[in-house]
Write a protein that binds this ligand. Structure first.
Ligand code: MN
Length: 286
């Protein structure tokens, strides 16, 4: 099942189910409220109702999609978690970490799947990173890797947009360079875990203005999704709606200096999850 948050003609954001080329309004048709995050802990019990409910239908082309999770508490991301990407980073002088390397994207950076990415006036090193995004469904702590799949609600496409000079030199904890407003596009919807046979066997592609820049599969992860959940939940309670970006493959702009510029169109697609597409605009434009 694919669950989205959407609005029509400037109206309120509702929860919907993607059905082919249409979105079925579940807020109207199933009485589930307007928070997708609130549905996640009870997804298994709600599933029959969410899958079968009818309601007002809208062509997807006529709605505005919002980020699938409303107000997530956390957005965590792992660095250098694809073998080929770790190689390209090493060539740029960044050593391969000996353990999982985690950083925060502040949740205020999150935008919808087709919203603009703003190039900040303070940097010319705006970069892209396609990533498989994992959404937590169950509040949890101390989850063993073997049990981790059970706490996953589903998956989405993430672009971990990065401002390289800020995250490398100016503020090396990564927090600032990863957290500019609009630098967290997510979507296009949440694909629930039951619909994904193996999250470690998904092809992913990112293009800039139609030119292929990143192409890989999630089987190249160094630490798999379940090891990531085990590591994070060793430290903190994970909450329904928390977002985990599971690493980007090789092909980012930094090693070649091909950074994003205003007018560029960045498209990120993952097998079975759909595509997000964001246009870069200058901070000084409206
Ligand atoms: Mn990343």
């Amino acid at each position: 099942m694919k669950l989205a948050r959407f609005s029509v003609a400037g109206g309120d954001i509702h929860v919907g189910r993607v059905d082919g080329d249409e979105i079925v309004d579940l807020t109207e048709g199933a009485g589930v409220g307007t928070s997708l995050k609130a549905l996640l802990p009870a997804l298994d019990e709600l599933r029959p109702r969410l899958e079968s409910a009818d309601g007002p239908r809208h062509p997807i082309t006529e709605v505005v999609l919002a980020a699938p999770v409303d107000e997530p508490q956390k957005y965590l991301a792992i660095g250098m978690n694809y073998a080929k990407h770790a190689e390209e980073a090493l060539q740029a002088g960044i050593p391969t970490p000996k353990n999982q390397l985690w950083f925060n994207k502040q949740v205020s950076c999150i935008v919808g799947p087709f919203d603009d990415i703003v190039k900040p006036a303070v940097s010319d090193q705006l970069d892209y990173e396609i990533e498989l995004g994992v959404v937590i469904g169950t509040r949890c702590r101390h989850v063993a890797a073997a049990d981790a799949r059970a706490v996953i609600a589903g998956y989405l496409v993430a672009n971990d947009v990065s401002v390289r000079d800020w995250l490398m030199a100016r503020s090396p904890t990564f927090t600032l360079g990863k957290s500019f407003d609009t630098h967290g596009p997510l979507g296009p919807w949440l694909t629930t875990d039951d619909e994904v046979a193996d999250p470690h066997a998904l092809g992913m592609r990112l293009t800039v203005n139609g030119e292929l820049r990143q192409s890989a599969a999630t089987d190249d992860m160094i630490y798999d999704i379940y090891q990531q959940i085990a590591e994070l939940s060793t430290v903190m309670t994970l909450m329904p709606g928390d977002i985990i970006a599971t690493g980007t493959p090789s092909g980012i702009g930094a090693p070649t200096g091909r950074f994003l510029r205003p007018g560029d169109v960045v498209r990120a697609e993952i097998d079975g999850l759909g595509a997000i597409e964001n246009t870069v605009r200058s901070e000084n434009e409206r």
